[in-house]
Unconditional design. Structure first.
Length: 168
């Protein structure tokens, strides 16, 4: 697993819970970051269902956001996104780690996510953070031509005690 980039480590950016009044700003990022963005209604439904959701904020500017769902010991990363102009500075890694930490905090034993095969940057980040491909969902996503498969990835969350065991 890579260390956080110096940029992200030194950044003044902080995470706070997402609120409904963030959604205009979140949507301005969402529609630029994804070819098939979520609607504001999807974010609103997640917030009203009390899904854990955060925004990464620097000097009152939203740099990115993440949305998680946790149920029955399983967490799903539903959205993780950094504004295009702020990508490549370590913020995505930081956000993903915060989501995984939150999943662990809610007693999840594993974290799942789906990613498009056409998104190598995200796939590289997930691999690097300990996610492994466990399957594919054929024709899961809308695409410009037809549909695109989803790669399903998962990360096992070991209990804290195991994480802290020294190497044998
Ligand atoms: C995927 C995403 C969240 C990564 O965030 P980011 O802030 O750009 O990524 P980071 O700077 O933290 O980089 C973390 C790792 O991601 C990978 N990565 C990020 N940008 C990359 C690029 N341009 N080329 C190759 N790998 C890249 C690398 O493994 C990188 O690690 P490294 O810096 O040690 O090489 C961001 O690109 C994004 O929001 N994309 C649009 C929305 C999206 O696709 N979300 C994921 C949906 S499944």
């Amino acid at each position: 697993m890579s260390a956080l980039s110096a940029d992200a480590a030194q950044s003044r950016a902080t995470l706070r819970p997402m609120r409904e009044d963030d959604l205009d700003r979140v949507m301005r990022i969402e529609v630029r970051a994804y070819p098939f963005p979520w609607t504001a209604g999807i974010f609103r439904d997640c917030l009203r269902a009390a899904y854990p959701a955060w925004v990464l904020v620097e000097d009152e500017r939203i740099l990115g956001y993440g949305v998680l769902s946790v149920a029955a010991g399983e967490a799903h990363v539903l959205n993780v996104c950094i504004a295009p102009e702020d990508q490549g500075r370590g913020h995505g890694r930081r956000l993903l780690r915060a989501l995984v930490r939150a999943a662990r905090g809610q007693a999840a034993q594993r974290v799942f996510l789906e990613v498009r095969p056409s998104n190598p940057n995200a796939i590289a980040l997930y691999h690097d953070e300990g996610f492994n491909e466990i399957g594919r969902r054929p024709r899961y996503y809308p695409a410009h031509e037809g549909r695109e498969d989803a790669i399903v990835m998962a990360k096992e969350l070991l209990p804290d005690t195991l994480d802290r065991m020294p190497p044998l």
